[in-house]
Design a protein around this ligand. Structure first.
Ligand SMILES: CC(C)(COP(=O)(O)OP(=O)(O)OC[C@H]1O[C@@H](n2cnc3c(N)ncnc32)[C@H](O)[C@@H]1OP(=O)(O)O)[C@@H](O)C(=O)NCCC(=O)NCCS
Length: 168
């Protein structure tokens, strides 16, 4: 008897929650699979200790996305946006980014920054679609790794302040 593959829209929902100390080893292992210059487990631990906003998206008990945001007076910086390869193009990156931005806006940030490799077309497309615009380029910002050459970073910015309408 033939089986019918579930439509991607029917994949189980992702639940979002804060990153917890018990997630660190697993998330650091995912990070090594996803990024050419990954954060270490110590970087994630430091982020938690420093009070950064760090969240994970979990599907059926498995972390499929994670992100980190830091807040400073008046502004925020997105430090990490990651989706595991087999969960991409489902809207999780967009949802995660929007959640981080919501945290930033609620905390009073008026603008949000992030850095991205100039070659990272998927991330650049996501950020452009979410209203981020390039404001600077940092030459050779990313050091060479075993698998990637040195690379420039683009600094992107998005306004978070509600736009004023009318005069006065
Ligand atoms: C970048 C990343 C987070 C996107 O996550 P995702 O869940 O696949 O993205 P989404 O499904 O939410 O896509 C949202 C939008 O981003 C853009 N986008 C995402 N992946 C894309 C791709 N491979 N090619 C072109 N556009 C892409 C599209 O505009 C897309 O909207 P659409 O689906 O309506 O066309 C994911 O590819 C990833 O984790 N990459 C490795 C880690 C990384 O580079 N993080 C960013 C570092 S700054």
């Amino acid at each position: 008897m033939a089986t019918i593959a579930p439509a991607s829209g029917l994949r189980p929902a992702v639940a979002w929650r804060p990153l917890e100390p018990g997630d660190l080893a697993y998330v650091a292992a995912l990070e090594r699979q996803i990024h050419a210059a990954p954060w270490s487990i110590g970087n994630f631990r430091d982020a938690l200790a420093a009070g950064y906003c760090a969240m994970v998206g979990e599907r059926e008990g498995r972390i499929v996305a994670f992100g980190v945001l830091t807040l400073a007076p008046g502004e925020a910086q997105v430090l990490n946006v990651s989706v595991v390869p087999d969960a991409r193009r489902e809207g999780l990156g967009r949802t995660l980014l929007r959640r981080l931005i919501e945290v930033a806006a609620r905390a009073g940030a008026e603008q949000c920054f992030l850095e991205v490799r100039v070659s990272n077309a998927p991330a650049l497309a996501l950020y452009a679609a979410e209203g981020f615009e390039p404001v600077a380029r940092r030459d050779d910002y990313y050091p060479a790794t075993a698998t990637t050459p040195r690379e420039d970073a683009l600094v992107l910015r998005r306004d978070l302040a509600p736009r004023r309408t009318g005069g006065g």
